[in-house]
Every structure is written in structure tokens, then in C-alpha cells.
Design a protein around this ligand. Structure first.
Ligand code: F3S
Length: 397
């Protein structure tokens, strides 16, 4: 693989042992993937840093790395962790302390502690720039919505890429690796507005296309549904890559590059028919996978106002970011809290004990990604519900 003089110097230890070791891994992986060279990245997004998933070995590895002089070479953000940094939600103190040690290790290496899976909502991401990201919904989102280029990278590899500011050039980092293989047309009427249906559509597309790459022709009613589509698709797809007609910058170029693509026709009415919302019992409603942005939280606030500011009969937990909290007025925060709707920051139910520690064993959720992970990762059951109508289950029962 071709290396520049600077990359050779990093590899040979001119910038310290930790950088040399990181470079050795990045180059080795590049050799295995038959990359011709490394490319410089603009940002990195680290995932897989909850104490629940990496435990003591992961904590010790990050603390050792932080003790070296190694610092992140590019702007680096971090995915949700196992705790809400402002509220303990009854989580065990030892768990919280160890999670803070992980956070502090990342901070001392220069990470920006946004602790969200939607960093794309707070970054200006330019098309055709390179990134090293490790959160599947975010990877799918910046590829599809910004035509910004990242592979679906494992969390530990992103830590090393962030230290050297480079990734091997392969797969989705090349134009030829991004050519769609299937045209997926979704028929059956108007724009898709329902987050649950968008999530089920994402899963269906991944199942139909397998390890191909879809060029999707469908209409969506806004960013919230596109987030659900891509989060679910990325959960089931090995690539987390699709082009969306009329949404992805340069989509016409991708369309023109396709060579005899396979055609798949889906009818949205079949997906709606299969979406049957169950009437089973549940302990709480969970929203915010991927993390809710300000528009989604405002739609919840407007819903509550439309109900005359009544109190929900079951608690509602919404995961979001400190950016959202800072955008809300004290009146809006009080309205949510008084309505039994709780904003949970910097974490995610599948990498945190918080739902169990507030006594929740079954949630109602719109998120197809949560439906995949909740039972497997933390033994929480779910029933599905439809977007903002999920709240009807708590307000109208
Ligand atoms: Fe985010 Fe967790 Fe969902 S990291 S995308 S809230 S599974």
C-alpha cells in the first residue's frame, strides 16, 4: 500500500508508540482489504463505549490509551453511553463510576462528548468528504442524506482511525464501491409519514437486497421518517448504504452509473397491512431511537398541548441530546415533566440499564431498530406503535 512520508513517520514511531501501534493496525487492515492507499478523514464517530458492552477490558484499554500522549487527529464525537450524564435513573453507582472513567478517557484524548447517535444533526457535513463512523444509523444517514462517505466500521477501529486521521481506501470510500445494484420502487400512494412504516420498509429493503446496494425510489414526509428508514435498514444491512432518489446529493450520477440493476417493486400497503399494532400490556413508551432532535421533541410538546396538558397514565421516556434540552424553554421542560414524559440524555436503552432500573420490562416503541436489539441485548420486551400515535396508548387508554 502506498504511504506518504508523514504516514511512514507515524508508522515508524516518530509520533509516539500509541500512534505507531494505531497506524500498524490501520495499515494491516488496509492490506487485508487490498486498499491502494490511506485517505484523510474529516471526522470520526466512536461507538461501542458503554460500560455495559465493553466492561472492564474495554475501560482498561481506553484508559491505557489515554495515558499515552496519543490524541485524536480529527474532530471526534462519541455515541450514547450507558448513563444519562445528568440523572442517575437509579443505576448502580459502580456502573456509573466506571462509565465516567470511559467518558473521561475519551475526553482526555480530545473527543467531543456529544454522546449521541445523531451527530449528523449538529454537524455541517459536506458531500464527497471522508469520515470514519461506527454507528450504523449515522453511517446510513450521512451516506444517503449527505453523500458523505464512510464505511460501516467497528468501534475499536474508529478509535485507531481517529488517532491517525486516516482510513484505508476501500469499499464505500471509492466511487466504484458505491454503485447501487438494485432499484427499489415503493408504490402505493402518497409520501410515507409514519416512522413505524418507514422502519418496517427499511427492514424489508435490507431483506430483499441482501448484500446489494439499493437505489430507492420512494417519497418521504420529512426527516423523522428518513431517520427511521435508515436506522432500521442499517440494522439489517451489511453495508448501511443506500441512495435515495431526490434526497441523496448526486443521486442522478449514481443512477447513471448503474449497470443492469435488478428491479424490486414493493407496495407500501403490504407493509402497512403487516404492521399490526398489538394491544398488549406495556410498562412505558420509549421514543428516541435514533435520538430525537428538536423537531421530534416539539411534535411531542404540541401533542401534549393538544391533549390539554394532561398527565400520561404510563411514563414516556425519550432519549435525546443536551443540545435539545438547551433549545427548550423552562415552560416546555416543565410541561413534559408534568405530563409524565421524561427526557433521557446521552444514552440508549440497548446499552444502558436505565429502563430496568426504573422498573420497565416491556416498552411500546416505534423503532424497528429497538425491536431488534431490546430483547437480545437487555431482555426487554416490546410492542410496536405508530409514531406520535404511540402517545395515544398512554393518554387515551
Ligand atoms: Fe441510537 Fe441506541 Fe437507537 S444508539 S440509533 S438510540 S439503538
Amino acid at each position: 500500500m502506498y504511504l506518504s512520508k508523514y504516514e511512514e513517520a507515524m508508522l515508524h514511531g516518530d509520533y509516539g508508540d500509541a500512534i505507531a501501534r494505531a497506524m500498524q493496525v490501520v495499515v494491516k487492515v488496509g492490506d487485508v482489504l487490498k486498499a491502494d492507499r490511506l485517505i484523510e478523514i474529516e471526522t470520526a464517530h466512536i461507538a461501542g463505549v458503554s460500560y455495559l458492552t465493553i466492561g472492564d477490558p474495554g475501560l482498561e484499554y481506553l484508559e491505557d490509551l489515554a495515558k499515552s500522549s496519543a490524541r485524536f487527529h480529527v474532530f471526534t464525537t462519541v455515541n450514547p453511553v450507558g448513563i444519562d450524564v445528568l440523572n442517575d435513573w437509579g443505576i448502580d453507582k459502580e456502573f456509573i463510576d466506571k462509565q465516567w472513567r470511559i467518558i473521561n478517557a475519551l475526553k482526555s484524548m480530545g473527543a467531543s462528548l456529544w454522546l449521541t447517535c445523531t451527530p449528523y444533526e449538529y454537524l455541517r457535513i459536506r458531500p464527497r468528504t471522508y469520515h470514519a463512523w461506527a454507528e450504523s444509523n449515522a453511517i446510513a444517514y450521512i451516506n444517503a442524506v449527505h453523500d458523505a462517505w464512510t464505511e460501516k466500521l467497528p468501534g475499536p477501529f474508529v478509535v485507531l482511525s481517529a488517532l491517525v486521521g486516516r482510513v484505508p481506501r476501500y469499499g464505500l470510500y471509492t466511487l466504484s464501491g458505491r454503485v447501487p445494484t438494485h432499484v427499489v420502487r415503493v408504490k402505493g400512494g402518497q409520501a410515507i409519514n409514519n416512522p413505524l412504516i418507514a422502519g418496517l420498509l427499511g427492514r424489508k429493503i435490507a431483506e430483499e437486497v441482501g448484500d446489494g446496494k439499493p437505489y430507492l425510489v420512494a417519497k418521504f414526509g420529512g426527516n423523522a421518517v428518513i431517520k427511521q428508514l435508515l436506522a432500521s435498514y442499517a440494522t439489517y444491512s451489511p453495508h448501511a448504504f443506500m441512495v435515495i432518489d431526490g434526497v441523496t446529493p448526486n443521486h442522478k450520477e449514481y443512477l447513471a452509473m448503474m449497470d443492469k440493476p435488478e428491479e424490486i417493486n414493493l407496495d407500501i400497503n403490504d407493509i402497512i397491512k403487516d404492521s399490526g399494532v398489538e394491544k398488549q400490556n406495556f410498562d412505558a413508551i420509549f421514543l428516541g431511537c435514533p435520538h430525537y432532535g428538536i423537531d421530534e421533541v416539539m411534535s411531542v410538546i404540541n401533542y401534549v398541548r393538544s391533549k390539554g396538558s394532561r398527565r400520561a397514565k404510563k411514563p414516556v421516556y425519550i432519549t435525546t441530546t443536551p443540545f435539545v434540552i438547551n433549545s427548550l424553554s423552562q415552560d416546555e421542560l416543565n410541561l413534559l415533566e408534568n405530563s409524565n414524559i421524561h427526557l433521557v440524555l446521552t444514552t440508549c436503552p440497548v446499552v444502558s440499564p436505565f429502563l430496568k432500573s426504573v422498573g420497565v420490562n416491556t416498552v411500546a416503541t416505534e423503532s424497528v431498530k429497538q425491536m431488534y436489539y431490546l430483547p437480545k441485548m437487555i431482555g426487554i420486551n416490546y410492542i410496536s406503535c405508530n409514531g406520535i400515535k404511540c402517545l395515544d396508548l398512554a393518554f387515551d387508554e
